[in-house]
Design a protein around this ligand. Structure first.
Ligand code: HEC
Length: 390
């Protein structure tokens, strides 16, 4: 029996498992992909990812096996990965909040959006994976062991051995990494600022967690796995500012930079001790996302009905960071910094008391700056002695 195939159809089948999804699935998948905090937050609406930190999904050479893609979504992936020839060294957290059908819709959407021609996937495929896959976050290497590339395509490698030290030595433009950071909830950002100041902003807790300058930015090629199976980036040097959280004990701060620590001292997204107090508002802050303002991330979150934005830049004298806040609608606030002797603080309005408290009127809180200046700045070409620390 002869099959009748239209020319267009035959073009589409050759060389790929292309099967057009039902329109409804595509639309559902797109909505889920575009949802707040979903894939779009990192891989972007156009599927192109973010240069240097998040690989693209549009035209990605990793999408040849939908079971592999399901595994990435369910378990996450961290480590050196090569996508379309470009190197990335970052981490993607698992997406466990979506049920089987939703993940199926998302992956089907990704496989067909932006000109991609991958296979449609079903909820039962996802259910099987959810039950059967090992419980740990994958590395690109471990993932390819379980789901190798199709040999016929002659594709050699989807990962690489970092043979370079990709610590950024001189930062001329802000660099934003979304990765697992020591001492922060799994929703952390690591940001490098021009002038070589670095900070960790925790979207799980909606606050700056710590800032440092000595020792360079996080080492992309030295991701460590903490004992609870969570990859964390490594950096050298102690923070000069650390936000207190009642989840952390004072002695924990001495270990913030130790990423190979056996006992995890912090792993929660619960928000306590939120540094900004608004009278009569008891709600926990809710992270709304970030946008880039001249390349600098501006973090947006809500406390009750109030929207707070925070944008961090290198301070004018280059010796610290300046955090610009916007609060709307107008309301008086109390801001609690956590002094520990490593930095000095100043603000564009009001006075910061000895214990780090800053009270601002509604008028002052609309827009204000807080500058944190390192007390013992690193002097180039001078050896730092341990004794100079305090
Ligand atoms: C928090 C940021 C983030 C979110 C959210 C995210 N990803 Fe990723 N994704 C990454 C990063 C970073 C990598 C590369 C990880 C590495 O370096 O090992 C990656 C890798 C991938 C890859 C393999 C490489 C490639 O580009 O093809 C796929 C497929 C993928 N993500 C799909 C998804 C899908 C589908 C979603 C939504 C369910 C999603 N991602 C959500 C950050 C994210």
């Amino acid at each position: 029996m002869k099959k009748i195939i239209t020319p267009l159809f035959s073009v589409l089948i050759v060389g790929s498992a292309y099967a057009a999804p039902k329109d409804a699935t595509f639309v559902k998948g797109k909505d889920l992909y575009d949802g707040a905090g979903s894939c779009i937050a990192c891989h972007m609406a156009d599927g192109k990812g973010q240069p240097g930190s998040v690989p693209p999904l549009a035209g990605s050479d990793w999408l040849d096996n939908p079971d592999r893609t399901i595994a990435i979504v369910l378990r996450g992936m961290a480590g050196p990965v090569k996508v379309n020839g470009d190197r990335y060294y970052s981490a993607m957290p698992p997406h466990l909040l979506f049920d089987d059908e939703k993940i199926a819709d998302i992956v089907t959407y990704v496989n067909h959006a932006w000109g991609n021609k991958g296979a449609a996937v079903t909820a039962s495929q996802v259910a099987k994976a959810r039950k059967g896959l090992p419980q740990a976050v994958y590395t690109p290497e471990s993932l390819l062991k379980s789901f190798p590339f199709d040999k016929k395509r002659g594709r050699k490698n989807g990962t690489f051995t970092p043979d370079f030290d990709d610590t950024l030595m001189v930062v001329t433009e802000p660099v934003v990494y979304r990765t697992f950071m020591p001492g922060a909830s799994p929703a952390a950002f690591a940001v490098a600022l021009p002038g070589n100041h670095y900070y960790c902003w925790d979207a799980g807790e909606c606050r700056l967690r710590y800032a440092w300058t000595k020792g360079g930015f996080i080492r992309g090629n030295q991701v460590h796995w903490s004992s609870n199976g969570k990859p964390v980036a490594k950096f050298n040097g102690l923070p000069y500012y650390r936000a207190r959280s009642s989840k952390l004990k004072p002695e924990d701060y001495d270990h913030l930079a130790e990423t190979a620590r056996q006992i995890p001292f912090y792993d929660t997204t619960e928000t306590v001790d939120f540094p900004i107090k608004i009278d009569g508002v008891d709600a926990s802050p809710k992270y709304k996302g970030y946008r880039l303002v001249q390349g600098y991330p501006e973090f947006i979150y809500k406390v009750g009905d109030y929207e707070i934005r925070e944008l961090i830049r290198t301070s004018k004298n280059n010796l610290g960071i300046t955090r610009k806040f916007f609060v709307s609608p107008k309301v008086p606030i109390t801001f609690k910094l956590t002094p520990d002797g490593s930095a000095s603080y100043s603000s564009s309005a009001g006075t910061i008391s000895q214990d780090g408290t800053l009270k601002l009127t509604a008028e002052q809180a609309v827009e204000f700056d807080l500058t944190l200046t390192e007390k013992n700045p690193a002097t180039p070409a001078t050896t730092q002695t341990e004794g100079s620390k305090k």
